[in-house]
Design a protein around this ligand. Structure first.
Ligand code: PDD
Length: 283
């Protein structure tokens, strides 16, 4: 049961949690969020998630309402109150509640803080593959900010769903950026490629873990532009995120990727990922 949420200092039932209609998050999407995976009650890469949260707040000049110690306590309490185990923690911070609807202002507001938990449905035994559609990236130019303004992401993800696919892979003028809810990797001749960090992609925490694991495994990893053609002709394609870990993409629209099966590099890194997770839980 994941029924308890944290809202502005209080632990309350999810269906009792309310915010003001004047909240700038509600009116303007003036806020940011984080999603943190929790394995066996232990948050994964918490420091990195909290630093990305700080980066995003800084981009919007929203003061961080809590110190890292306070955040850790809130998250720990929420994990306990929601039964522990494997969870996904959702953190949502907006600039706060204004006096009226007004684009400008908001400097002296007290940020609204919501933290929720939901079950993390990851099958650690079997690698979860998916298929994707390739769509034009219609998002804004600050995709490095984990903004709650997700309208384009939602439209793209729904378009993929309607076409029967599990993700929308995105490109700008033929250059691949990321997925609508994930980062992207490709493999060609056993070398790994992922788009370099820029304002056009989110600096995924899972992406960073995969880069580390790939380099530790002695794989050559390139952070550079990937074209549509390179994507479609790759030996392997995978997406990564906190809620999907490493998920191989076996087909993009009508094009089968590689031989349509889970590739050897994805298999090896998935296994490294599981070992790495377990090593942290035992610490
Ligand atoms: N999304 N790119 C986008 C656009 C994303 O929405 C996400 C994750 C990622 C991967 O980031 P990370 O590895 O830190 O989860 C990349 C989360 C899971 C979400 O919106 O629910």
């Amino acid at each position: 049961m994941t029924d308890t949420v944290y809202l502005n200092g209080e632990l309350i039932a999810k269906n009792q949690a309310k915010i003001s209609i004047l909240d700038r998050g509600f009116l303007f999407s003036d806020g940011i969020y984080e999603v943190i995976p929790v394995y066996s009650s232990a948050p994964f890469r918490l420091e990195q998630h909290l630093s990305r949260l700080q980066y995003c707040l800084d981009q919007l000049s929203i003061p961080n309402p809590h110190s890292n110690i306070e955040w850790k306590n809130i998250i720990r309490t929420l994990i306990e109150r929601n039964g522990g185990g494997h969870l996904s923690i959702y953190m949502h911070i907006t600039r706060g509640v204004g006096l009226d609807r007004n684009h400008i202002g908001g400097e002296s507001l007290s940020p609204t803080v919501l933290v929720m938990a939901s079950p993390l449905t990851i099958n650690e035994q079997a690698i979860q593959t998916t298929t994707a559609t390739l769509l034009e990236d219609t998002r804004w130019h600050h995709c490095d900010i984990k903004s709650v303004a997700l309208l384009s992401n939602v439209m793209l993800r729904n378009q993929a769903e309607q076409l029967g696919h599990g993700e929308a892979l995105l490109h700008r003028n033929g250059v691949i950026t990321e997925g609508s809810t994930s980062n992207i990797f490709i493999v060609k001749h056993r070398e790994v490629y992922t788009p370099k960090q820029s304002n056009l992609i989110l600096g995924g925490i899972t992406r960073d873990v995969i880069i580390e694991l790939a380099e530790n495994a002695g794989l050559r990893l390139h952070q550079e532009n990937i074209s549509k053609e390179q994507l479609l002709n790759a030996d392997e394609v995978w997406i990564s995120s906190s809620t999907r870990e490493i998920s191989p993409v076996t087909q993009i629209d009508d094009k089968i990727i590689g031989n349509g099966e889970i590739g050897p590099v994805a298999k090896a890194l998935h296994s490294e990922f599981q070992t790495f997770k377990k090593s942290l839980i035992q610490d």
